[in-house]
Design a binder for this molecule. Structure first.
Ligand SMILES: *Cc1c(COP(=O)(O)O)cnc(C)c1O
Length: 212
């Protein structure tokens, strides 16, 4: 078995029931995506549009791959991202969500969206803060051409395990309060903890594809 296959089986073997794996393939070659596809993986996460489009083209024969956009989405990329991805994980503002809904309506699409939350201060990341979320949720929820799937978190760097646990648990509580089933929480270093705290989809790159 290849090292990639070993790592894939190790991770999927540990995933609790009800938690799915998003294989974060940014920076990885199309051949590695194809190898995981052959092992049964279908959901892949990319964060750079041009790179993703090139790989999608060379993998066009794999017609049931489910592509998720996980990067920060710039306004001018909304249209091509909607054409190429089923799901967007980092919707971090009302104006962005409004734009997604408007363009999705034009394209006759209804993308799956995760709302990125910023539950702890973090100068480097986007996300809606709790007060903003509380006041804007009615407007977000009313957007006609999107399907709100869940909440998404990227923890600030350097949190201790108890702090991470607290953050993931409050992410899960927010999803409950908003009535959303999805929780996109957990990456290579912290996905087991996120899964314990109720994550439904973990975004794993380096511990799956390797650091090489
Ligand atoms: C790159 C990335 C991941 C995967 O990170 P790893 O630590 O390599 O597992 C997950 N989520 C987002 C938003 C990313 O940009």
């Amino acid at each position: 078995m290849s090292r990639l296959a070993e790592r894939y089986h190790a991770i999927t073997g540990e995933l609790p029931r009800g938690v799915s794996l998003l294989a974060v393939s940014k920076g990885r070659p199309a051949a590695a995506i194809r190898a995981l596809y052959e092992l049964g993986q279908r959901r892949f996460g990319e964060s750079r549009l041009q790179e993703a489009l090139a790989k999608q083209e060379s993998l066009a024969d794999l017609c049931d791959i489910d592509w998720h956009f996980i990067g920060r989405l710039q306004a001018n990329k909304v249209r091509p991202v909607l054409k190429a991805f089923s799901t967007i994980h980092a919707v971090d503002s009302l104006p962005l969500a409004e734009r997604i809904s408007r363009i999705a309506a034009e394209l006759q699409l209804r993308p799956e969206l995760y709302l990125q939350l910023k539950l702890l201060p973090d100068a480097n990341k986007g996300g809606l803060e709790p007060e903003v979320l509380a006041s804007q949720w009615p407007l977000l929820q009313a957007l006609p051409s999107v399907h709100w799937r869940g909440v998404m978190l990227i923890p600030p760097l350097g949190l201790s395990e108890p702090e991470l646990r607290g953050l993931f648990c409050s992410g899960a509580r927010w999803a409950d309060q908003l009535g959303l089933e999805g929780r996109s929480m957990g990456m290579s270093n912290d996905w087991p903890l996120a899964a314990e705290c109720g994550s439904r989809i973990v975004r794993v790159g380096s511990s799956l594809f390797g650091l090489d």
